[in-house]
Design a protein around this ligand. Sequence first.
Ligand SMILES: Cc1cc2nc3c(=O)[nH]c(=O)nc-3n(C[C@H](O)[C@H](O)[C@H](O)COP(=O)(O)OP(=O)(O)OC[C@H]3O[C@@H](n4cnc5c(N)ncnc54)[C@H](O)[C@@H]3O)c2cc1C
Length: 403
Amino acid sequence: MRIVVVGNGLAGTMAGKTAREILPEAEIEIVGEERYPYYPRPNLIEFLAGRLPYDRLFAFPEGWAERQRIGLRLGERVVRLKPGEHRIETASGASLGYDALLLATGSRAAVPPVAGVERRGVFVLRTLDDALALVERLSSSRRVVVLGGGLLGLEIARAIRGRETPSEVEVVEFFDRLLPRQLDPGAADLLKSQFEKAGIAIRLGAAATEILGAEETSGVRFRSGETAAADTVVIAAGVKPETGVAAEAGLEVGRGIVVDDRLRTSAPRIYAAGDAVEHRGRLYGLIPAAFEQARAAASNIAGQDRAYDGTIPSNTLKVAGLYLTSIGEIDAEGPGAESRLRSVPEAGLYKKIVLRDGRLTGAIWMGTKTGAAEIARLVALRKDVGSVKDALLADDFDFSELA
Ligand SMILES: Cc1cc2nc3c(=O)[nH]c(=O)nc-3n(C[C@H](O)[C@H](O)[C@H](O)COP(=O)(O)OP(=O)(O)OC[C@H]3O[C@@H](n4cnc5c(N)ncnc54)[C@H](O)[C@@H]3O)c2cc1C
């Protein structure tokens, strides 16, 4: 059997690895546009902060793919799918046949329609090449504006602020609070003050309309008419699933490449997994989902029957000295829903659980690592915690009671 994977990110790599575990004899080839072997994207944040050297960015030791007998074609872009012929074509003119094809094309950084984004000094952070370019710029940068107060924007801001010679940093968020999808207003307020204490300015409710400057960036103008000075702008305004080749080949594409519970696309023998995928109307853009989808897709390709029924989104903000996990529902809305909250602002502590008919459906856990992994696991299991819902938020709560 010959399996071809498009995309050398997490989903493509994990699918290749899983397929190899199940099918020792299969021919497996991964075609990836980036010229590097697989690296986890969160490592780019550590690299940006100067805490992780270049050679430790990569997930596997040199020669891993060869030892797995996985063919890697790096720096090669797939430009065309030919589902009728079971072939793909690459930009360099190669034509590769497959018995099964996995599309793991991920996403790209979304760039909003702001005038002047083409100026020198405007960056995104998605790939290692993006990170290398940004790090070079930061060596001579004095003032950075990060457009986007989501997880990625906040992690970028903290990383830049944590560098040996930090620039001034301001985060600009369109909504009136940070992390609107992951935090309720109380937790978002507390997070904002923690960032301000760390020397990062936060501007809420502001929409950038223009990057100012001649060739070089000199600042940002907002819809209100206000401006902020900046020699570097980093756009962290979400992602756009890469669906180009799938759409051109006539596969069903909505916001992402549409797949069923076995990660099959609308075309025979073509599967998809990861950020590029739309499953039951949902796009995740998260590692756990990409990982589970990749494992399931590879298993199905290998002839096993493995259903994927979705992932409960869990987000952790990984910035030094600040713990934050948000999982599942963050507000108690609708019949049967209730919440419990414990907040100690002076200690930076904010813990909230959301229950539905006694079962745990979501949590915000901020200011402490203790209990975070346990609560995330309980939410994933939708555990019935009705009898301990008032005790659960105490610092000394013993989670083994719920094991
Ligand atoms: C800085 C950063 C930090 C992050 N931190 C977290 C985190 O802490 N937790 C979390 O859950 N998620 C995090 N994410 C998101 C996470 O990285 C993604 O969910 C994950 O990378 C998805 O994997 P993927 O393989 O689907 O897509 P991608 O990682 O985007 O990989 C897709 C690959 O396919 C290639 N490709 C696309 N089209 C083609 C083509 N036509 N031909 C050949 N190759 C192609 C792309 O170049 C890319 O290399 C972070 C993202 C970034 C950028």
